[in-house]
Design a protein around this ligand. Sequence first.
Ligand SMILES: [Zn+2]
Length: 419
Amino acid sequence: MCSQDQVVYVVSRDLVKYASLLPSNVSRSVLVHTLAKAFGLLSRDYSPAQPIQLVEPRLATIEDLSLFHTQDYLDAVLQDPRQTNLDSTDFGLEDDCPRFLGLPEYARLVAGATITAANSLHSGYATTAINWEGGRHHAQKSRASGFCYVADCVLAILLLQKTTIVPAAPLTGSLSTSPTQHKKQRVMYLDLDVHFADGVANAFYSSTSSNSKQVLTFSIHHAAPGFFPSSPLAQLPLDPSVPFDPFTLSLPLLEGASAKTFASIWPHVERIKNAFNPDYIVIQCGVDGLAGDTKCKVFNWCLDIAIEGSLGWCVSRIVNEWKGSRKLFLGGGGYHAPNAARAWSYLTSIILKKPLDVSVNIPDDPTHSAFPLYAPTFTLDVPAGNMVDKNTSDYLADVQTRFERVSEILEGVLRTQQS
Ligand SMILES: [Zn+2]
């Protein structure tokens, strides 16, 4: 059965097996999908109005990966890691991105999963797709970086922006267009991870062009001296030291960013989205900005949809209010594995338009052996902690002033193109 409201959820035994080997997130993948299953989210019965369709990823081919990555980099990543005739330092395959047993399979599966998800949107099979193993937003054209080996976000955007000839079937809903219509597709990339999406921004940034583009990237993150990754593009826009590209946007937040701060900046995100009017939105839902992250103790974000500006609230806005765009939800950072599983299960329930209650207990049944890992609360919620939110009203006013100007510039560029 195909439905315009179908949600594709990409998962397979192999994807979970190899994603669980990722050195920065060992076993996280198992927890994520096991918890989603324990909550019943992976059954079509969970939300008949918005049925979920489990789809197995295909392996990305060299041709797929070559759309962005260089051949010599792919040779290095896809080589059997037991062979040591390679200088890994050339490609960043060291320190936080070591070669590991299973790396070639991991890279091809994670990229293949995001490509599978993107294809399900591009072909009209679904209007929403999820790959929680994706969102590897630091990977560069010929370099691994920040626990990211393969630039699945970039590959998805390149695929989605292709001119489409939309088939008459199976889509029959309002999003479908004439079978013979050729249309340049606009893709917006929105990144909610605590780290700047340097890999994606670098791939599409242009320091000279003021012409309208098909791709707009928008990263909300923390930026500070010494905080990974260092990039001039991670700063607030309209800084005279960096040539401005209205299609490569950054909104750095200061330490302790809470739901209140996200609620304050969210109208800027929506104004940009409305101006750009994308056909597709790729949302990187890294959860390392949530309170309690074991590696990134920077933000104080929370989950509960009832709290304006929370992660759940922001994703709910995208799901329920951002109409007319097909949506690809990806994962990303998140180093407290049980909290990442909580967050992505919760977001899955929001995407399925049947949000769980954050106070619900983690399922304790024989099929959910990970239950003890959810101590001490054993509930779904990831509440805010006690961190002080350093995003002062002065800072947020500066953000507002700059983004009003950014919106005007972007709207102007887009108007010029249309006239
Ligand atoms: Zn991150």
